[in-house]
Ligand binder design. Structure first.
Ligand code: AMP
Ligand code: MG
Length: 482
């Protein structure tokens, strides 16, 4: 039986300080809970579904596929502003799979057992948070937002102990790579320039090969990562996504959304929205995200200083120049996305006030973020709270006038708006309901139905419950590292 896997493990060529070899710890009774057939097809792994018994054992960590060379990666990070040494405490990288289209992706088992980096943790994960990561990352991918993906969730047949015993599970996570800002912080901490340079060269080769051609490849790397992050955060903002724990170890150098812990989508528009139970000061609130991205990029830039120039002052000057442009780059990305949401193809500076006036009215009327924009796109705005605002009519007239200045047809405008404004996001209350059925009753119906709907977010759902906001979300809280 030929294997679908096509492993080629380039991370092992890095200096040994960047990983420890570690096999997954076998589990008692592996059972496939969800296999992502569509993603498997994109990765050239569709035959895994035909050998489901073997696949289940593989993705539970009970058998190693041919070509895998399991490791736990070393990294550090700033968590809520404080530096810590971390590393994969419960995730094991099986290796890098090369797809038929020659894409290189990490195959990682999250919840695969203890590693040298586990500290006081148990190396395991619970079923509901792994399903949650899978469904929210599927929604993100469908919303055209760069993200890691979930190939499968396998139940382990073992309990994990949190505040109560919970069903254990392992998520197979697919990522362009798991190199984080924190990986570079770790390299800097080790204080060996050769190691840091090896990581930077590897990253350039894997993710930003064009940087190698530039006069200073490391400066080019910094600038590329900065642009990727500006674009990513603008995309998050445009759909009301709140990551919830933007620590530097959770910021991917490849620019993918990674580490779906306490993340959630905003319902009612409020820039201060925070869902994470541990984010008591709102460090990672919705509107803070661009500032935090810049703060994280500053940490990244610091790690590159030894490579930028032998003269530290000179190196700092080189890094500061592009970093100071981050707000501008981000604002431009944000303006483009929000202008497109309003059907404006080529935004100009004056469009900013048009967008902000709308957002201000949404805030005052406690309007639903997703549904207000969607209603502008499908001409049903009168059903939304923002329509009640006394300034709405003049705003609407101004907006229509702005649209008429364009040389595209009304149909083209509407088309653009329907493609930019989702009818469906994974609403927190629906996600919780689906997870409860899976966790408490092994019932995957609600989950699978919701997954189907969030995979087509720009199509109005046949069942209106999928686009309705919750009656109240007072006290809705999300949790980390569960
Ligand atoms: P996260 O909050 O998922 O970004 O994880 C932060 C750090 O805690 C990482 O080093 C994880 O590997 C580690 N960690 C989270 N949960 C566990 C667990 N159950 N066992 C061991 N380490 C964990
Ligand atoms: Mg993390």
């Amino acid at each position: 039986m030929s294997s679908a896997w096509n492993f080629n493990n380039s991370y092992l060529d890095l200096p040994k300080i960047f990983y420890v070899q570690q096999a997954p710890t076998p589990v008692k009774q592996a059972k496939m809970v969800l296999f992502n057939t569509r993603l498997a097809e994109q990765l050239g792994l569709q035959s895994l579904a035909e050998q489901l018994a073997d696949t289940t054992q593989t993705l539970a960590g009970n058998i190693l596929p041919v070509g895998a060379c399991p490791i736990a990666q070393a990294y550090a990070g700033h968590q809520f502003g404080h530096f810590t040494m971390l590393g994969d405490g419960r995730a094991i990288l099986l290796g890098e799979h090369i797809t038929p289209a020659q894409m290189r992706v990490d195959i990682q088992l999250k919840g695969a057992g203890l590693t040298a980096f586990s500290r006081s943790g148990d190396g395991r994960a619970a079923l509901a948070p792994m399903l949650r990561e899978l469904i929210i990352s599927e929604a993100m991918a469908a919303l055209d937002i760069p993200t890691t993906r979930g190939l499968a969730v396998v139940a382990t047949g073992e309990a994990v102990y949190r505040t109560e015993p919970l069903k254990g599970a392992i998520l197979t996570r697919i990522a362009s790579s798991h190199i984080r800002v924190g990986t570079f912080e770790y390299a800097l901490m080790r204080n060996q320039k050769e190691d840091l340079q090896a990581l930077a060269d590897y990253t350039i080769q894997r993710h930003y090969p064009e940087a190698a051609q530039q006069e200073n490849p490391y400066l080019a790397l910094l600038i590329s990562v900065m642009h990727k992050q500006a674009d990513l955060i603008a995309r998050w903002m445009s759909v009301g996504f709140i990551h919830g724990v933007m620590n530097t170890d959770n910021m991917s150098i490849a620019g993918e959304t990674i580490d779906y812990g306490p993340c959630a989508f905003m319902n009612r528009y409020d820039p201060d929205t925070v869902f994470s139970s541990i984010d008591t000061r709102g460090r990672y609130a919705y509107a803070q995200q661009p500032k935090i991205a810049q703060w994280n990029l500053l940490r990244f830039a610091e790690t590159l200083l030894p490579l930028l120039d032998d003269d530290q002052q000179q190196a700092i000057a080189m890094a500061v120049e592009p970093l100071e442009k981050f707000p501008e780059i981000y604002e431009a990305a944000w303006l483009t996305r929000f202008a497109h949401k309003l059907g404006i193809q080529q935004p100009v500076a004056e469009d900013l006030s048009l967008i902000h006036q709308l957002l201000d009215m949404m805030y005052v009327t406690q309007a639903d973020f997703t549904n207000s924009f969607r209603a502008l796109a499908d001409n049903s705005i009168h059903q939304q709270a923002v329509f009640q605002h006394k300034e709405f009519e003049p705003w609407f007239a101004r907006w229509e006038q702005r649209l008429r200045q364009q040389s595209i047809t009304q149909a083209q405008i509407q088309q653009m708006m329907l493609q930019m404004n989702p009818a469906v996001i994974p609403r927190n209350h629906l996600v919780e309901e689906a997870l409860a059925a899976a966790q408490d009753h092994d019932d995957m119906h609600a989950f699978e139905a919701l997954l189907e709907v969030v995979r087509a977010p720009f199509t109005a759902p046949s069942n209106p419950k999928y686009s309705q906001p919750p009656s109240s979300e007072a006290g809705y809280r999300t949790f980390c590292g569960t």
